[in-house]
Design a protein around this ligand. Structure first.
Ligand SMILES: [Cu+2]
Length: 180
């Protein structure tokens, strides 16, 4: 993604989120939006066997403003033989390390970060980006959550199955590094 596109997207999203939150546009807004981007080949977390994501690459954008975050995930180069299949994907707290799915740690959960016990597990307290593979081997996901993720060496992990109500999605297939 070019810097121009990223900056334009940031302004558009920030304006949209501000409007959605009902913030008066005449008021000066000292806080700049936080924009996090990543674009890379996916790291293989299941290298023992050939998988549908072995040649895939992905882009992710997280735009946060006024404690709302828009998250976008675009995956390309997925094996077309799995068109129509859905995969779970989430922001995890830890880093994306090839061959080491455990390194990514648990889901990023805003309740856990805030020390709330027990944390609520939902698409509002975590960033869930499940996608369904198109006939051309692409997957797209978008979500909006009511919090700003804290910086760190993090990852978006793609799992073998869609996310269930408990946040589970089966084994970890691949990940995209995301650091800010
Ligand atoms: Cu996950």
């Amino acid at each position: 993604m070019t810097a121009l596109l990223r900056n334009t997207l940031a302004v558009v999203v920030a304006t949209t989120l501000a409007a959605a939150s009902g913030a008066p546009s005449a008021v000066a807004r000292p806080a700049e939006p936080q924009v996090v981007t990543a674009h890379d080949h996916l790291r293989d977390l299941a290298p023992a066997a050939a998988g549908p994501l072995d040649y895939a690459r992905a882009s992710a954008v997280l735009v946060s403003h006024d404690d709302s975050t828009l998250a976008i995930l675009q995956v390309r180069g997925i094996d077309r033989s799995v068109a129509g299949r859905s995969f779970g994907a989430h922001l995890h707290v830890g880093p994306c390390v090839a061959g080491d799915g455990a390194a990514a740690g648990p889901h990023y959960n805003t309740d856990t970060i805030a020390g709330k016990v027990p944390p609520r597990v939902s698409p509002s307290t975590e960033i869930w980006l499940d996608f369904t593979v198109s006939p051309t081997g692409a997957g797209n996901a978008l979500t909006v959550v009511p919090f700003t993720p804290q910086p760190g060496n993090r990852s978006i992990v793609i799992h073998e199955k869609p996310t269930d109500h408990h946040g589970a999605a089966g084994s970890r297939l691949a990940c995209l590094p995301l650091s800010w």
